[in-house]
Write a protein of this length. Structure first.
Lengths: 395, 253, 205
């Protein structure tokens, strides 16, 4: 794992200084670890549960659906749906924004989940031609090609809430689990509102911004094509008295426990994750999207850590792994170049040289990536099923 | 202790935000209204709006954007670009700007700086200095980098403070948009020569550039545009990153 | 009703917008006579002490305020507004202030290499217990932009200090009259908490 040993790391979870919002205290422990410890020791979860009970009873039966549940099919959204249906006997409207890279395993999991739980489901798939352009633009400006996904997933369910007049929207994991944009120490409910959307979902680019950026005389785009990525009118949401919250602000979020429950109760199955050994990802993190490996690889080039290190950070924080074991696994497996990179480059019509030229200047110092000395990740079992479209210039 | 500031700059043209390289080849960087909401959600330390067209229409647009920004966002706002008269200043301050940035007029009608300071207070007037380093040396340029002068930036800085400027906005044109780092030498020279805070602009490409400026020079604040438009960066991450390097940054909660 | 004193100086709209954002009705009042309907008042302000007093006198506020606050209306001065609450300001030669809090206003003279005006984000490491500061943590920053600072004659009236090349009084309160040198309306989210505290304040310590 060349070039990353000089990065300052958390004494506990090993996440490096290039991790977004990370800060280290005098003991060298990071704010995400501290926040996580507070979650276990300092939050009154009984009180939070009471709030949840009250919130649910306030809305139960008042609209065509008791709540909206934004859903991807990953471990978190499957758990949150299970919990609300089985524990609280709610009637949700499940809303799915299809980013275009769903894997077969997830589709099978979802079918099973929906049929076992018995729920109404709405799914929206945005225009692929538009998605391709958005991917290229956001990758060029931010080295994050998932703008359409972040903005779609976090705004579409709120549009549906307005359409169906259902004010209560339940998300899953709180941001405080992952970064320090939100901190458990502030003892607050993490509203999934316009502020959070603007703060960290948009990557700093709203649909209005993106329209002006991609709409050129040579390649015009219909303004309406950006609607699926637009946060709805806040005035309308307030008039609906919307309440958009993560379940993880009311019950302590535990990935491993959540996954065990959905495996047992719904037959939910985990899957291979490109670039991550199965033994590290038994709780099935990030298995919904077949572009995940490329996302993680870009992160490794920019920041010197990737999915293996991130998952191991959770394990260390939860006491399931020692920092030494994590270091060993990270050094061996973290940051492998994924087969999906080729798929991505084909979609957006970039060569690998062009890819490197875009990523290079956006590396977070002091990390220095080594583009050349890189090991390959294995193909996942479903690689050949993934949609292919080569948009690169033919020589 | 007073913290260092990271200040996003929003350049305005034809109602959109733009960003160029050395004041040319501007690319669209979004809608200023939504950008304000984003920077507000990210609790940016302060915002600077600069109208790079300086026409009557663009001034109206700037005033409107400032007015809207101050209704929705509760953060310090500075606005400038083509300010010529005290009435221009009054209009922007009434719309909700806390400070105005005066660059060209500070050279062509320096009396204006004093007038603003006397009427509204020194803290309301930020005097801008655009400079360029070339074979002829380092000189002040005006009219959005199109007209050279024979003025030395350090001397100009001292003069502006004598006229009443409460802050200086020092911008290296030749570094602008290149994302190769700030002009640290001139930043040090100017910030060491004046008793007022100096905001330095031009060249930030990644967070280490901010650190170099804020840790290694007496500059009070780092202004940036390309850093946020063309990089996977935001003000929240900037503060964390800089705090890790021992630089005192704003704490919100 | 929160009354925001409009004497022609300062960013009044921001202050009003901040209260409205929090869900509290706030209006600008140019004339003191109309302000009797308000249950609390805010004196904002940006600019010079001298100009501020002239404007307050011209509009009758200098005369009316002592009566308005004698009826136990909480009054919050912000930035220049805080400074005007005191007896004397030394900007451009000594001039008389409202005299609602004993003390004076002098130019900031911090140790090197600190620069004046004091512009930017700074915290209140020393605070007294006071309803206006409820829930405010000592490491949280507020937006300051000023060249002068207040010296209350009585130490009891100083409820918060800020450090800028030495301590200075960042917040003062005497009975139902209070002042903040920083701009709570520009200092989210802690500033909003201060404004909420002010709305809930009964005017007592």
């Amino acid at each position: 794992m060349s070039g990353t040993t000089y990065l300052r790391r958390c004494a506990q979870c090993l996440l490096p200084e290039t991790y977004e919002t990370i800060e280290y205290d005098e003991a060298g422990v990071c704010n995400v670890c501290r926040s996580s410890a507070y979650k276990r020791q300092g939050i009154d979860w009984d009180e939070r549960k009471r709030l949840l009970d009250q919130l649910i009873e306030k809305h139960r039966g008042k609209a065509d659906y008791d709540c909206i549940v934004p859903f991807s099919g990953g471990k978190d959204s499957t758990f949150q749906l299970y919990f609300l249906v089985r524990e609280y006997k709610l009637k949700p409207l499940v809303v799915r924004f299809n980013h275009g890279f769903m894997r077969q395993g997830i589709q099978e999991n979802n079918q099973r989940t929906f049929k076992k739980l018995g729920v109404d489901v709405l799914e929206f798939t945005p225009n692929w031609h538009v998605v391709k352009r958005l991917m290229l633009e956001s990758f060029t400006r931010k080295t994050d090609f998932c703008w359409h996904c972040h903005t779609g997933i976090y705004s579409y369910p709120l549009r549906v809430a307005l359409m169906y007049k259902v004010p209560l929207i339940f998300w899953g994991e709180p941001q405080a689990e992952i970064t320090n944009y939100y901190d458990y120490l502030n003892d607050e409910i993490e509203y999934e509102d316009d502020k959070k959307f603007n703060m960290l979902r948009t990557l700093g680019i709203t649909a209005e911004d993106m329209y002006g950026m991609v709409n050129t005389p040579e390649n015009p785009i219909d303004r309406r094509d950006l609607i699926p990525y637009t946060f709805p009118d806040v005035k309308e949401l307030r008039a609906l008295r919307y309440c958009s919250v993560p379940l993880g602000s009311f019950i302590p979020w535990d990935y491993t426990k959540n996954t065990e429950i959905i495996k047992r109760e719904l037959g939910w199955q985990t899957d291979e994750l490109e670039g991550v050994p199965d033994e590290v990802n038994q709780h099935g993190e990030k298995i919904e999207c077949f572009m995940q490996g490329t996302r993680d690889y870009i992160k490794f080039l920019k920041r010197g850590y990737s999915r293996v290190a991130q998952i191991n950070a959770f394990h260390v924080r939860a006491g399931r792994m020692t920092p030494e074991e994590a270091t060993r696994l990270n050094e061996q497996f973290d940051g492998r170049k994924p087969p999906s990179l080729e798929v991505f480059l084909e979609y957006v019509g970039l060569t690998e040289e062009e890819f490197k030229k875009i990523v290079g200047p956006m590396v977070i110092p002091p990390h220095v990536p080594d583009f050349e000395n890189i090991r390959m990740a294995e193909k996942t079992w479903d690689f050949d099923q993934w949609y292919r479209e080569d948009n690169r210039q033919k020589p | 202790m007073l913290k260092k500031r990271v200040i996003p700059v929003l350049l305005l043209r034809d109602g959109r935000m733009v960003k160029g390289v050395e004041f040319q080849n501007y690319r669209d960087t979004g809608n200023p209204r939504t950008a304000v909401r984003i920077y507000s959600a990210q609790d940016a330390d302060e915002l600077v709006f600069l109208d790079i067209q300086a026409t009557l229409e663009s001034r109206s647009a700037l005033v409107e954007i400032v007015r809207e920004a101050s209704t929705e966002c509760f953060m310090p706002l500075a606005a400038g670009g083509g300010i010529k008269t005290i009435e221009d200043v009054r209009e922007l301050l009434s719309a909700g700007a806390d400070k105005v940035v005066v660059t060209t007029a500070a050279v062509t009608t320096p009396r204006l700086v004093t007038e603003i300071a006397e009427r509204y207070g020194a803290q309301c007037v930020v005097a801008g200095i655009d400079f360029r380093t070339s074979a002829k040396g380092t000189k002040v340029w005006i009219r959005c980098g199109t007209e050279p002068t024979d003025i030395d930036p350090v001397a100009h800085a001292k003069q502006l403070v004598a006229l009443g400027a409460g802050e200086l906005f020092l911008n290296a044109i030749h570094r602008d948009g290149r994302m190769q780092g700030y002009e640290l030498d001139m930043a040090t020279r100017v910030a060491s020569s004046v008793p007022v805070p100096v905001i330095v602009s031009g060249g930030a490409g990644h967070f280490m550039h901010l650190a170099e400026l804020l840790r290694d020079t007496p500059a009070s604040a780092a202004a940036c545009a390309s850093l946020f438009h063309f990089g996977d960066n935001n003000p929240i991450r900037a503060r964390s990153y800089l705090r890790n390097l021992g630089i005192p940054m704003r704490v919100l909660k | 009703m929160i009354g925001i004193i409009d004497y022609g100086l300062g960013n009044l709209a921001s202050v009003r917008n901040a209260f409205e954002h929090l869900g509290h009705e706030a209006r600008l009042y140019a004339k003191p006579g109309e302000a009797v309907v308000c249950d609390r008042l805010v004196l904002p302000g940006v600019g010079s002490f001298h100009a501020g007093m002239l404007a307050l006198e011209a509009r009758g506020w200098a005369e009316a305020l002592p009566d308005l606050v004698a009826e136990n209306r909480p009054l919050l001065g912000i930035c220049l507004g805080m400074q005007l609450l005191f007896d004397i300001g030394e900007e451009n030669g000594p001039s008389r202030g409202l005299g609602l809090i004993p003390g004076m206003v002098v130019r900031l003279a911090p140790a090197e290499p600190h620069k004046v005006p004091h512009v930017g984000w700074n915290a209140l490491p020393q605070m007294q217990r006071h309803p206006l500061l409820d829930g405010i943590r000592p490491h949280v920053d507020f937006y300051f932009v000023h060249s002068y600072h207040c010296i209350p004659a009585s130490q009891d009236d100083a409820i918060a200090f800020c450090d800028f090349g030495g301590p200075f009084v960042a917040a003062a309160a005497r009975g139902n009259i209070a002042g903040m040198q920083f701009h709570p309306e520009k200092s989210q989210p802690a500033g909003m908490r201060i404004l909420e505290n002010f709305v809930a304040w009964d005017g007592r310590c």
